[in-house]
Design a protein around this ligand. Structure first.
Ligand code: SF4
Length: 71
């Protein structure tokens, strides 16, 4: 199992590919942050950190995680 980390200015996002059920909620809610056609596909700086956290909490599989730097 490999967890990838995406470092942003205000938060670090983690992603566990083996847990993701490809429900697409992340890309649907924040397409600027989660873009499968880009490499790296997650850019934590492309949205407000509160919106980022809300979207990550809405991930149905728990594949996404967030560590905020302001807390
Ligand atoms: S919301 Fe979660 S389960 Fe759905 S595609 Fe994104 S990471 Fe995968």
């Amino acid at each position: 199992m490999e967890i990838k980390r995406y470092e942003g200015k205000h938060a670090t996002v983690t992603f566990d590919e083996t847990t993701c059920i490809h429900a697409g909620r992340c890309v649907g809610r924040l397409p600027g942050v989660f873009n499968l056609e880009r490499d790296p596909w997650i850019n934590p700086d492309a949205a407000d950190v509160d919106a980022l956290e809300e979207t990550i909490k809405a991930c149905p599989s728990g594949a996404l995680g967030i560590s905020r730097k302001d807390r």
